[in-house]
Design a protein around this ligand. Structure first.
Ligand code: ZN
Length: 55
């Protein structure tokens, strides 16, 4: 499970802004860019290429 500390350290690679971990802890979301980053084995994949658009 992703820790609160990690959530605070992580930044969106696109806008360098804050990200949020979803309640299910399976995606990391940047509300500014409307992008979501997947989480693999508790490690967020913070790559713009791998990000998906929020619907
Ligand atoms: Zn962003």
């Amino acid at each position: 499970m992703i820790s609160k500390e990690l959530e605070e350290i992580l930044a969106c690679p696109k806008c360098k802004g804050e990200i949020k971990i979803s309640e299910c802890r399976s995606v990391v979301v940047c509300e500014t860019c409307k992008l979501k980053y997947s989480v693999d084995n508790d490690i967020p994949i913070m790559l713009i290429d791998k990000a998906e658009k929020l619907v």
